[in-house]
Design a protein. Structure first.
Ligand code: GLN
Length: 280
């Protein structure tokens, strides 16, 4: 028995809300919003109906919409996402903004994004600063493939390197190091909510039992100076309650102009400093 798009949509909307039901319908039928409105009375092909039922069931089961659609928006652009990468958060826009501010006065800055995931930060930086030389590192080959596809999709020139944090960088130095590392503490109940169980643990938590989630942030602070030119900046995203600790690490490591910046929700979300190149 065939069913009309509009009818299937109305039924799904009762379970997952109208907007998501529509986005999944467009995905299942490979049509635009306008086509859906114009042809709401079209009958779903059996394979479309099956695909839609499956998508709606997964969403009801808690799978994040972005994974079901295979894409998500960040800073005004659409990026491919798979379960190998974290879904872009608007919180991360402040990392990009403050990264750009840190190299605003420099021509052709050398930038590296560590733990690039889907590549949203590296790609957005490269597009905002076409003169920059942007590199991006990730330890996950599957994540790097997504990031590479996103760079190609947006025509961003980014050099991708597979490896653990600074390992693939050799002795290279940069004007700017940015990172959105895993920072959720291993025991944080948040990991069991809001779709996080569907996201890669590798991107969310350092996994240190009983830890505070700061081990990757601490590693980045400790080693960044060896990869910064004199006057180079580091900008690291962290958890809502980690700004004070991150600033303390930056001060202790000898960075100047240590500061934190708030995300759109008003939470101190990114901290960083300037390496003056006086030691290490
Ligand atoms: N901000 C994300 C969250 O709390 C975590 C991102 C990360 O660990 N880098 O859901």
């Amino acid at each position: 028995m065939s069913v009309m798009r509009a009818q299937a949509l109305a039924e799904a909307a009762q379970r997952i809300g109208r907007r998501e039901a529509r986005e999944l319908m467009q995905h299942a039928c490979r049509c635009t919003h306008a086509e859906l409105i114009a042809h709401g009375d079209a009958l779903l092909a059996p394979e479309e109906a099956a695909a839609y039922a499956e998508l709606v069931a997964c969403r009801v089961g808690g799978a994040p919409l972005a994974y079901l659609l295979g894409s998500a928006w960040f800073a005004g652009r659409e990026f491919a996402v798979t379960p190998a990468v974290l879904i872009p958060r608007p919180d991360t826009e402040v990392l990009v903004e403050q990264g750009l501010a840190a190299v605003a006065g420099k021509a052709a800055p050398r930038i590296v994004d560590l733990g690039t995931g889907s590549g949203i930060v590296a790609v957005t930086l490269a597009l905002a600063r076409p003169d920059a030389v942007v590199s991006a590192v990730d330890v996950s080959p599957a994540a790097l493939a997504v990031a590479q596809a996103n760079a190609a999709r947006h025509g961003a020139a980014v050099r991708f390197l597979l490896g653990d944090w600074f390992a693939p960088l050799g002795g290279e130095r940069f004007d700017l190091i940015v990172s959105n590392p895993p920072y959720v503490a291993a025991g944080d109940p948040h990991l069991a909510r809001d779709g996080l169980p569907f996201e890669p643990d590798l991107a969310l938590t350092d996994g240190v039992p009983g830890g505070d989630g700061m081990s990757c942030v601490a590693h980045l602070v400790a080693y960044a100076a060896r990869h910064l030119v004199a006057g180079g900046a580091v900008r690291i995203e962290h958890g809502y309650d980690q700004a004070v600790k991150t600033r303390a690490l930056l001060h202790a490591a000898g960075y100047a102009q240590v500061a934190s910046w708030r995300d759109a929700a008003g939470i101190e979300r990114v901290s960083g400093g300037l390496w003056l190149g006086t030691s290490a």
